[in-house]
Design a protein around this ligand. Structure first.
Ligand code: AMP
Ligand code: MG
Length: 288
């Protein structure tokens, strides 16, 4: 598909892709707007809306392929980020552009008693999208090397093994036809304070706030370190990481929609060939 005015100025997949080597989040400006084709916030609604026809076409091709091809691909978008980074906002504003019938959203919470009886990837495997579907993970297997590491819910001997295990798991998914897009929604400490305060100052936002959010915020350096380890150690060709600057919500939402569009376009999906005789069916119909 030819580049359009509402597409990123350069492939966003390249601009936001985490380079090989150690990641330092402090080197990534959380208020930047790489690849944004507009002037600022005022252009964002139109630019984001302009992605809808292509997203719809691509999503329908993805779904259509799964009807006739047992090996058709699927897509898995993994959203990670600290409280207030905007995982919910992205799902509403970017994923909400796509036909909900083609999307499967799963939010990972504190593991249930049942989930705790199993390997940490058990619940992740259960939540994977079927062929033809765009799966969205709101949190993911990465919680098992983030909150679990920061809060020492298992020993270092255990969590330190998980990076390689996650890489293996993701490579296995990719080999089976899943296009994996991993996004870390990157917010600054100041922006998080503003967003938490906004929640406390607005009674219609109190439900979004949890007093434990401040306990998590108090562990900011430990979380940055844990994120840096996950971004460094699990940035593979099969499942690359992207850091999405998320201090500006309008950029964040456009960027994730555009990353999704690019990922779908990269699958080069044709409309599937009918598995029945089209002209025979036409004749049969017209003879009725
Ligand atoms: P929220 O996304 O705001 O609804 O919060 C979900 C909570 O579940 C967060 O506090 C996560 O840290 C927590 N959580 C998710 N996965 C895990 C996990 N594997 N182990 C412990 N806590 C988790
Ligand atoms: Mg929360």
């Amino acid at each position: 598909m030819a580049k359009k005015k509402h597409h990123s100025t350069k492939p966003l997949d390249k601009l936001l892709r985490v380079p090989d080597g150690p990641v330092r989040l402090a080197d990534h400006d959380s208020a930047a707007t790489p690849g944004y084709p507009g002037k600022g916030k005022q252009d964002a609604p139109a630019l984001t809306a302009a992605l809808v026809p292509e997203l719809s076409d691509l999503q329908e091709r993805l779904y259509a392929n799964s009807k006739f091809d047992a090996e058709a691909p699927n897509v898995l978008l993994i959203l990670q980020g600290l409280d207030t980074a905007g995982k919910g906002g992205v799902i509403r504003h970017a994923i909400g552009l796509v036909d909900p019938q083609g999307v499967k959203i799963h939010a990972f919470k504190t593991p249930s008693a049942e989930e705790r009886k199993h390997h940490y990837l058990w619940r992740v495997r259960k939540a994977l999208p079927e062929r033809g579907i765009i799966g969205i993970f709101d949190r993911s297997q990465y919680e098992d090397v983030l909150v679990v590491r920061v809060d020492s819910l298992v020993g270092e001997d255990v969590w330190s093994q998980r990076y390689a295990e996650i890489n293996e798991f993701e490579a296995e998914l990719a080999a089976a036809g899943t296009k994996i897009i991993k996004c870390m929604l990157h917010v600054s400490q100041d922006e998080q304070a503003k967003r938490l305060e906004a929640r406390l100052l607005d009674r219609t936002k109190h439900w979004k706030y949890n007093p434990s959010d401040l306990d998590t915020r108090a562990k900011w350096p430990a979380y940055q370190e844990a994120y840096e380890a996950a971004l460094t150690l699990c940035n593979t060709a099969a499942a690359p990481w992207h850091i999405v600057p998320s201090d500006r919500k309008w950029y964040r939402n456009w960027a994730v929609a555009e990353l999704l569009r690019e990922a779908l376009a990269s699958l080069n999906l044709e409309w599937p060939k009918a598995t029945y005789d089209v002209s025979a069916e036409l004749e049969r119909l017209r003879g009725m």
